[in-house]
Design a protein around this ligand. Sequence first.
Ligand SMILES: Cc1cc2nc3c(=O)[nH]c(=O)nc-3n(C[C@H](O)[C@H](O)[C@H](O)COP(=O)(O)OP(=O)(O)OC[C@H]3O[C@@H](n4cnc5c(N)ncnc54)[C@H](O)[C@@H]3O)c2cc1C
Ligand code: FES
Length: 264
Amino acid sequence: MITGEARVVTNKEVKPGYYCLRLHAPQIARMALPGQFALLRCTTGNATDPLLRRPLSFHKVLRQLGEVSFLYQVKGKGTKELSRFVPGQTVSVIGPLGRGFRLPSIGPIAVIAGGVGVAPLVYLAQMANEQGLEIYTFLGARSSDNLLADPDLVAASTSFFRATDDGTQGFKGTIVELLNQAADQITTCTAAYICGPEPAMAAAVSVCKKLGVPCQVSIESVMACGVGACLGCTCRTTRSTKYSRVCTEGPVFDGMEVIFDDHL
Ligand SMILES: Cc1cc2nc3c(=O)[nH]c(=O)nc-3n(C[C@H](O)[C@H](O)[C@H](O)COP(=O)(O)OP(=O)(O)OC[C@H]3O[C@@H](n4cnc5c(N)ncnc54)[C@H](O)[C@@H]3O)c2cc1C
Ligand code: FES
């Protein structure tokens, strides 16, 4: 884990309300694995609001350039402040943190993302593609405006399916309806990787369970320390401890061990 200042290479709005931040951070780029995350300080100088760093998943890692990127949605104060950073400024970063995804030795794999949940799965797909695994990608969002079909993810995918709730792009319906339609294809997968809003993740895990496909999920929670000390980030799991720390035991968990009971 490295703590340091990283220079902003670019910080572009890719769709209204969604940004891609590229940082020059060679040491972090050397170590970061798919599914891991970093804590970013969203303020500059002596400003302290917001005080807590914000967690973002590695979206892409360009090792030869010593760069990492983050794809983020502006939600509140922290991400709003982050969107104001310009090239040449520095951002204080701690990372890589947490446990990432584990890839199987044979595919195909299913990549299932809702909204900005696609962020960690782009790096995962890049790695899976380098290992020669076939990738079936299922991307869902409320509307075309929220569908983040990253060109590198499209290129890495053997087949790429889109769904929007309002039908403005791809299949008209939810990602779960799309998954149910593609059940024959998903059944052939050796693993599925899921990230998105919690109700959609819970439903996608249920589909995988029904089809007998092992799955991993990337869980989000509000974080403080990021290193397992404050217990502020716990989620319910079937482990003997009942609760697991998202920052150290996750953010990637086996989909079957996370208790999403509010949504099922
Ligand atoms: C391991 C991890 C990886 C993440 N990766 C990404 C990513 O790649 N891209 C991305 O856009 N976001 C990601 N997030 C979520 C991101 O950290 C939050 O959206 C961000 O911290 C919100 O900060 P804010 O100051 O803008 O909003 P706040 O003012 O803190 O909150 C605004 C609203 O968002 C809700 N919120 C705050 N934090 C979270 C959270 N962690 N999960 C869900 N809702 C939250 C609050 O309850 C509130 O309603 C990740 C979270 C975790 C834990
Ligand atoms: S954020 Fe402190 S224990 Fe996870």
